[in-house]
Design a protein around this ligand. Structure first.
Ligand code: CTP
Length: 408
């Protein structure tokens, strides 16, 4: 359990911070909410107090006996501001201390994560962009906003990332100072990252398919982590049910053939390709164009044929300098067997990095956590365990090391 401060500034997206607060407290964290006076115009102090279990004020003069205006920031292990308006970002960048939240920001020595929400013009304005750059240069994580529907009829970059998206990036920043530094430093800016996620479906007839239990969460986490480190991210998503992470372009696909087509087309312009999807290895030879009837038959025999190996195609067409990352989910008795299976798969697939996990017992599918070994052609290059977003950052760190080792 960690001690968190959730700052809320005055934007309509303040209502979404209630859900974020709920997620933090349900994950076991002790959260103090510090709204600005304007935030209280949108969601009242009673809501924040009831949901957090702590008294709530925006004033530096309340609870003066405990020197609240410096205590909250000093004691915090993570400060998250959601939504962070253009005004709050400006006040934070210039070091103002005109309310309790800006006092917290000036006294906090822990990771600080700001989740911006504002109209597109305000986000793109050079004044806001300069403030964001100043904050990032000081190590503050300023999340990239989502691109989508804003308060009115307008749409564009500036939408608050979804609560689960903010939570995942914020907890990754809390877990590892290196992750916070990578997001603040936007260390993947200028790179194009292509990620696949989810499980493909092979049609038996118009209503039935053969699929697998991939949740898509690991690919989502890689897309989220890359986007928050400044990369331009495209996610080829096979049958995903959730909205893509903030700022990520989604290309939905269904079957392994669709996935292969989309990945090969998009990979031509990518610097990093991460094949986290679970494509079906087999597809029915003759899917029925009409619904198969059970009446009159006692069973069903279906002939399958192998699908395209997408990863092999990506490796075969890899432009110079591109890093291709494969995944291998193996059922191994122990780590030695896992490594040996991974080593031969890496050699067979020919990718630059293989993310290897042991799925004995099926614990990984749908879980928020993962535990992986990272393998390069020269052997094991790392390991990571924890929430999938933290594991995703470790994978991207390993990719950066591969890029740095490539001939210029
Ligand atoms: N993969 C792919 N195309 C397929 C099947 C798998 O691109 N038709 C990719 C996966 O996305 C993953 C990697 O290949 O990145 C390894 O997947 P895995 O199922 O472990 O590999 P297979 O080649 O199917 O190996 P196995 O012989 O263990 O089934």
């Amino acid at each position: 359990m960690s001690r968190l401060v959730l700052g809320v500034s005055g934007g309509i997206a303040a209502y979404k911070a209630c859900l974020l607060l709920r997620r933090f407290t349900e994950a076991g964290h002790d959260v103090h909410v510090v709204p600005t006076a304007n935030a209280l115009e949108f969601v009242g102090a009673t809501t924040w107090a009831a949901l957090s279990g702590h008294p709530v004020t925006s004033s530096v003069f309340a609870e003066a006996e405990s020197v609240n205006h410096v205590r909250l920031g000093r004691e915090a292990e993570l400060v998250v501001v959601a939504p962070a308006t253009a005004d709050l970002i400006s006040r934070a960048a210039t070091g103002r201390a005109d309310d309790l939240l800006t006092n917290v920001l000036l006294t906090a020595t822990c990771p600080v994560v700001l989740a911006p929400a504002m109209h597109t013009e305000m986000w793109l304005h050079p004044a806001t962009q300069a403030n964001v750059a100043v904050l990032r240069s000081r190590g503050v994580v300023v999340l990239n906003p989502a691109d989508g529907r804003l308060t009115g009829a307008d749409s564009g970059p500036g939408r608050l990332p979804e609560p689960e998206d903010i939570e995942a990036s914020a907890l990754a920043a809390l877990a590892e100072p290196g992750i916070a530094a990578a997001m603040a430093g936007q260390d993947l800016a200028g790179l194009r990252v292509l990620v696949s996620a989810g499980g493909t479906r092979e049609a038996l007839d118009p209503v039935r398919f053969v699929g697998n239990s991939s949740s898509g969460l690991m690919g989502f986490a890689v897309a989220r982590a890359a986007g928050q480190r400044g990369a331009e991210v495209t996610l080829v998503g096979a049958n995903l049910s959730a909205e893509p992470p903030a700022g990520v372009r989604l290309l939905p696909v269904v079957s392994t053939a669709d996935l292969a087509e989309a990945m090969l087309a998009e990979a031509a312009g990518a610097d990093i390709v991460v094949m986290a999807a679970a494509p079906a290895d087999f597809t029915p030879v003759n899917p029925s164009s009409r619904k198969l009837k059970k009446s009159g038959s006692s069973g069903l025999v279906v002939e399958f044929t192998q699908t395209t190996d997408v990863l092999a195609g990506l490796v075969a067409n890899r432009p110079a300098g591109q890093v291709v990352v494969g995944f291998a989910a193996e059922t191994a008795a122990d780590e030695a067997e896992l490594l040996s299976l991974g080593t031969s798969k890496l050699a067979r697939k020919g990718c630059q990095l293989l993310v290897l996990n042991n799925v004995s017992g099926g614990a990984v599918f749908g879980s928020a956590d993962n535990q992986v070994l990272l393998l390069g052609p020269e052997g094991q290059v790392g390991r990571a365990a924890g929430p999938k977003t933290s594991v995703a950052h470790a994978i991207l760190d390993a990719v950066r090391t591969v890029i740095e080792g490539m001939p210029a």
